[in-house]
Design a protein around this ligand. Structure first.
Ligand code: FE
Ligand code: FE
Ligand code: ZN
Length: 276
């Protein structure tokens, strides 16, 4: 059975997300570790955390995905901005240690004109302070669309980040279908070729989660505009082929489409109907 879910609001805690997940027919979900627009995260409610962890097996949840706030920039040209990103991620990783063996995804950042190599240097510098050999959380790099000066829109750049970190072998990847299509990887007409390239450059064993989105903008447009499934340039057929691909179907899929509860529920039903 496909592992699929959606991005949920974390405002009311873990059990609330788990109940919402079940109500939409899902068996995984994603949430922001903190309000992406604000700074401080709410204190963890330990009773909520414990009830949640105990409920995961009976809800058939294999893994969930925490998403770092997208407003942090690990490779800014401003030291105070990079420091804020570091402190935020260290705090996230500490909070996530109470829900062990789960996944934590972040955007590598934007080099803001310094160039990709300097950007990657700063990203690795941050990760060298976040990754530890015994940490229980799996940290994932997200594939980006390449808008503006975003780092991580090619598989080669992600590989460079992995190679530049002391514990880089601990890093995984979260592939966003909207982002890669926008970045020029043709998952509609050449999915096998894209996966072959991913395997050669990064290694498919590092691929841990999928952000399942359609794209409002055309192939190779280097924009980041998510569309509902079937309402974008990728299309429902290609996304159904994607989730059924023998090299991908064991992964967990999270919808980040512009939907509320009912819309997500329909999209999840659609993929359940079109997978076995
Ligand atoms: Fe993201
Ligand atoms: Fe995404
Ligand atoms: Zn996006």
């Amino acid at each position: 059975m496909i592992k699929i879910g959606a991005h949920l609001s974390a405002a009311k805690g873990y059990m609330n997300m788990l109940n919402e997940m079940s109500a939409m027919g899902a068996n995984t979900f994603q949430f922001f570790t903190r309000n992406p627009r604000g700074g401080e995260a709410k204190a963890l409610n330990m009773e909520d955390v414990h009830t949640f962890m105990a409920a995961l097996p009976e809800r058939k949840v294999e893994s969930i995905l925490a998403h770092a706030s997208y407003t942090i920039n690990p490779c800014s040209d401003k030291p105070e901005t990079r420091d804020f990103a570091l402190r935020t991620m260290l705090d996230d990783v500490n909070r996530l240690s109470y829900t062990p063996n789960q996944f934590y995804n972040f955007h590598p950042g934007s080099h803001v004109g310094q160039g990709v190599d300097i950007g990657i240097f700063y990203i690795c510098d941050l990760l060298n302070q976040v990754l530890t050999p015994d940490m229980k959380t799996h940290v994932l790099l997200e594939t980006m669309s390449g808008k503006g000066s975003e780092v991580g829109s090619t598989f080669q750049e992600l590989r460079q980040i992995i190679d530049g970190c002391r514990y880089g072998e601990r890093l995984g990847v979260c592939l966003d279908t909207c982002h890669v299509y926008s970045a020029g990887y043709d998952i509609v007409n050449n999915l096998d070729g894209v996966l072959e390239e991913f395997d050669t450059v990064i290694g498919l064993q590092r691929l841990k989660f999928i952000h399942l989105n359609d794209s409002l903008t055309p192939f190779n447009s280097h924009k980041d505009r998510h569309a509902k499934i079937g309402e974008g340039s990728i299309g429902a057929d290609a996304l159904v082929r994607f989730v059924n691909h023998p090299k991908l179907k064991h992964l967990s899929f999270v919808l980040e489409t512009p939907n509320e509860f009912e819309g997500y529920k329909k999209e999840i039903e659609f993929f359940r109907k079109n997978t076995n």
